[in-house]
Design a protein around this ligand. Structure first.
Ligand code: PLP
Length: 354
C-alpha cells in the first residue's frame, strides 16, 4: 500500500527543548488509514495534524473498542534517526487487536508507516540529553451504532510528541503504594492488551495513592490479591540476593518491550532472571532478611524507574535506603545508550529511519 503525503502549509512553532512535558506538544503531521469490512485497511495517508470529526454515536466513545501503542524515535550522534524494536510494538498491536475483535494490521507496513511519519516530522525530534520523539499509534472503532458488537470500520492513526526526560532531576526512586482493594486486571480479561479500558480502571487507585503521598500503585493479582502484577503502567522487577525476579506473563500482565529487553540484557550479562509468580509477602520477607536489594519498573516512557519505598497495608519498607540500585542504573544506562545510538547495538534492536 502506498502512503499519500499531504504536507502542512502552516508549520507550527517548535517548543523549547528544555521544557517538554510528557504528551503536551504534537508535531505537524499524523498518519491515518481506514478499515472497512470487505475492503480491508485502505487509504494510508500522512496529513496535517488536526482534530477528527466523529459522530457522537461513534462506537469507540461508548464501548471502548480501541487499542494503542507507545514507542520512541531518537537522534543518534551520527545524525541517524533510530527506532527501538518497532516491530515488537506492531506485533503487540495484533495481540491487542485479536483480544478486542479488531482486524489485524500488516506488521511490516505499520513499521513503514511509523518510519514515513517520523521522516516527514524529523525536524521535531529533540536532540537535548534525555529527550526523544514519543510515537503513539492507536486504533479506534468508528461505526455509528449504539448496539454492543465489534465495529465494521476502524481508523489506525499515528501521532508524534516531542518529550523531555521522564525524570528531569535524574533517576530518583519513587514511593509506591501496594493496592490491596482495587485491581487492574484479571486473567481472562484484557490485562495483556494495550487497551484504554485498563487505564480507565486504574485511575481510582492511582488517585488514592496520590492522596496518600505515593507516586504510583503496585498492582496485585485480581483473585487472591497476593501475587505482584505490575507497577503503575510499568512491568516490575525485584533483585533478591543474586537473583532477579519478575512476574511471569500470566494473561493479566502487559508484555512490555522494555521488560523483554531488560531480561535479555541481564541474561546477556550473565545474570539470572526468573519469570515466575512472586507474592508481596515474599518481597516483605526478603526485606526482613536483608536480601531485597532493588525494585524497579520498566516501560518505554521512563525506561527504568527505581522504587525507593513500598507501603503495604500501612507497613512501610525502604529499598536500598531510597537510593537507586546498581542493576537499575546499569540497565538504564545501557538501554538509553542503545536507543540513542551511543554504544554498539550488539542485540540488533535499533532500526534506522531512512
Ligand atoms: C505499555 C505498558 C507497559 C510497558 O510496556 P513497554 O513496551 O515496555 O513500554 C507495561 N505495563 C502496562 C500496563 C503498559 O500499558
Amino acid at each position: 500500500m502506498e502512503i499519500k503525503i499531504t504536507k502542512t502549509q502552516t508549520p507550527k512553532q517548535k517548543p523549547d527543548q528544555g521544557n517538554l512535558p510528557f504528551g503536551k506538544y504534537y508535531t505537524d503531521h499524523m498518519f491515518i488509514m481506514d478499515y472497512t469490512e470487505g475492503t480491508g485497511w485502505h487509504d494510508a495517508r500522512i496529513v496535517p495534524y488536526g482534530p477528527l470529526s466523529i459522530d457522537p454515536a461513534c462506537m469507540t466513545l461508548h464501548y471502548g473498542q480501541a487499542i494503542f501503542e507507545g514507542l520512541k524515535a531518537y537522534k543518534a550522534p551520527d545524525g541517524n534517526t533510530l527506532l527501538f524494536r518497532p516491530k515488537m510494538n506492531m506485533k503487540r498491536v495484533n495481540i491487542s487487536n485479536e483480544r478486542l475483535c479488531i482486524p489485524p494490521i500488516d506488521v511490516d507496513f505499520a513499521v513503514e508507516a511509523v518510519k514515513a511519519l517520523v521522516k516527514v516530522d524529523e525536524d521535531w525530534i529533540p536532540t537535548a540529553e534525555g529527550t526523544s520523539l514519543y510515537i503513539r499509534p492507536f486504533i479506534i472503532s468508528t461505526d455509528v451504532h449504539l448496539g454492543v458488537r465489534p465495529s465494521y470500520t476502524y481508523k489506525f492513526m499515528i501521532i508524534l510528541s516531542p518529550v523531555g526526560a521522564y525524570y528531569p532531576e535524574g533517576l530518583d526512586p519513587v514511593k509506591i503504594y501496594v493496592e490491596s482493594d482495587y485491581v487492574r486486571a484479571v486473567r481472562g480479561g484484557v490485562g495483556f492488551a494495550k487497551t484504554p479500558a485498563n487505564y480507565a480502571a486504574s485511575l481510582k487507585a492511582q488517585m488514592k495513592a496520590k492522596e496518600k503521598g505515593y507516586t504510583q500503585v503496585l498492582w496485585l493479582d485480581g483473585v487472591e490479591k497476593k501475587y505482584i502484577e505490575e507497577v503503575g503502567t510499568m512491568n516490575v522487577f525485584f533483585v533478591i540476593g543474586d537473583r532477579i525476579v519478575t512476574p511471569g506473563l500470566n494473561g493479566s500482565i502487559l508484555a512490555g518491550i522494555t521488560r523483554d529487553s531488560s531480561i535479555e540484557l541481564l541474561r546477556h550479562w550473565g545474570m539470572e532472571v526468573e519469570e515466575r509468580k512472586i507474592s508481596i509477602d515474599e518481597v516483605f520477607e526478603a526485606h526482613k532478611n536483608a536480601t531485597l536489594r532493588e525494585v524497579f519498573g520498566t516501560g518505554t516512557a521512563a525506561v527504568i524507574s527505581p522504587v525507593g519505598e513500598l507501603n503495604y497495608n500501612g507497613s512501610v519498607i525502604s529499598i536500598n535506603s531510597g537510593r537507586i540500585g546498581e542493576i537499575s542504573q546499569k540497565l538504564y544506562d545501557a538501554i538509553v545508550a542503545i536507543q540513542n545510538g551511543k554504544i554498539a547495538d550488539e542485540l540488533g534492536w535499533t532500526v534506522v529511519v531512512d
